[in-house]
Design a protein around this ligand. Structure first.
Ligand code: HAM
Length: 428
């Protein structure tokens, strides 16, 4: 019989990889918690219209990447392609935007893209959204928070912050018109995709990868000459705050992002260590979305990081995390197994940070030791006939040159306390 396989572009995260994922998510939750952000969890399915209206009808995501389907009641639903729209929907629905709010989320997102390294059809984002603060100090805080996370992960040296401002909606309309006029005059030199976008989403042409189109863009009008005064002042103050904090960035006037809801600040964190899928995190301001969703006029700003890409980056830098057991308990016979099980239970209550695996399913001492070794455990804890008779246990090191020792209850407790302290030191 043929075996089932995961759907193309949807990937299993296997037990060997989860310690790195847990480390990645734990550092984020620590950093975000330290900045007063609280977690929000929203459904994976929303009405298709929610995404179409906020992300934009003529974006790649809405035009060709959404997993949309009619439910049994013929309502069009979609698997979420991102988290901002759902978060705004939830905040408005539950009337939470009366005062400033800072929230974060993590979870799977779905986009029907061509799978490749760093690009999947089900992928995971960890995102942050803040509401009710229109001033650039918020944009600065979000970027500093990213930097804190990168530092804890040890990847701050390999990430570059690219920053731009795309101004107000009106400024963008004026710029769009000027850009379209200019590009129409060079229509034949544009690549196919850009020719198509000229009528639908001309700003997206700015971040084309086509060399011929890039050459045409060299002579194009620049967004900065069309910026409204308020957006310019906002951007200048943000740059000032970032330099005050020693956070350097690369201005990228062509950065427009693939979602239509942004205004003023947009940014991306990129790396040269991952090949084509170089952006690990992106975000910006979306001051119009809350009112678009029926809430009262409230500023919004946030970002989302792609967790698969961060994992690839950690792996490229040989960062490791392990969930190997501290102790692997083996026993000589049924009687010893019963004693061992009670002792394992006691140890887990009294030393809750230790990772204690008990050998189950029987087998000779030799085969149990083999399993202990394979588990990656630091120590084998042995309950043999003699140990049971004496009320002791034998501890045998599996990965170090420490001495083997036989300990009574008091000695064992001392040993376990040291082991716990050691494990905490390593974590810190
Ligand atoms: P986005 O740029 O579409 O922004 O996605 C954010 C990040 O998700 C990307 O930088 C990338 O790392 C990751 N990502 C996107 N698509 C894929 C994929 N197919 N496979 C793997 N990783 C992917 C947003 O989604 C906005 N909601 C961010 C935001 C939050 N803006 C304001 N608040």
């Amino acid at each position: 019989m043929s075996q089932y396989r995961a759907i193309r572009g949807m990937v299993d995260i296997l037990p060997d990889d989860t310690p790195l994922w847990q480390m990645l998510e734990q550092t984020a939750s620590d950093v975000l918690g330290a900045h007063g952000y609280q977690e929000i969890r929203t459904p994976i399915v929303e009405s298709t219209d929610l995404f179409a209206r906020s992300i934009g009808e003529v974006t790649d995501i809405v035009e060709k990447e959404m997993y949309s389907f009619p439910d049994r009641n013929d309502e069009s639903l979609s698997l979420r392609p991102e988290g901002t729209a759902s978060t705004v929907r939830a905040m408005v629905q539950h009337n939470l935007i009366q005062s400033p709010q800072r929230v974060w989320y993590r979870g799977p997102m779905f986009r029907y893209e061509r799978p490749q390294k760093g690009r999947q059809r089900q992928f995971h984002q960890l995102g942050v959204e803040a509401f009710g603060i229109a001033t650039p100090d918020l944009d600065a805080e979000l970027l500093l928070m990213c930097r804190q996370w990168w530092k804890r992960l040890g990847i701050d040296d390999v990430l570059t912050l690219e920053l731009n401002t795309i101004g107000s909606g009106e400024a963008r309309q004026r710029y769009k018109a000027a850009l379209t006029d200019y590009l129409r005059g060079h229509f034949d030199a544009l690549d196919d995709d850009s020719q198509r976008r000229l009528d639908t989403n001309p700003l997206r042409i700015l971040d084309t990868k086509s060399e011929s189109t890039q050459a045409v863009l060299k002579g194009a009008p620049s967004m900065s000459t069309f910026l409204d005064d308020e957006s310019r002042a906002h951007h200048d103050r943000l740059c000032e705050l970032l330099s005050l904090a020693g956070l350097s960035f690369v201005p990228n006037p062509n950065l427009v992002r693939g979602l239509d809801y942004y205004n003023k600040t947009v940014f991306e964190w990129t790396t040269d260590k991952l090949g084509a899928q170089a952006t690990v995190c992106g975000g910006g301001r979306y001051d119009a979305m809350v009112s678009q969703f029926g809430g009262r006029d409230t500023a919004g700003c946030g970002f989302a990081a792609g967790l698969e890409r961060l994992i690839l980056l950690l792996q490229a830098l040989d960062v490791e995390a392990s969930a190997d057991p501290d102790l692997y308990i083996i026993s000589s016979d049924e009687n010893a197994l019963g004693k061992a099980m009670l002792e394992a239970d006691r140890i887990r209550s009294e030393f809750p940070t230790l990772n204690v695996v008990q050998h189950l399913g029987g087998g000779s001492f030799k085969s149990q030791f083999k399993r202990a070794d394979k588990s990656g455990a630091a120590w084998a804890m042995v309950f043999g006939e003699e140990e049971v008779a004496q009320g002791t246990v034998t501890l045998k090191p599996l990965r170090s040159r420490d001495e083997q020792m036989t300990l009574d209850r008091e000695g064992l407790n001392k040993f376990l306390a040291q082991l716990e302290a050691l494990a905490q030191d390593v974590e810190e």
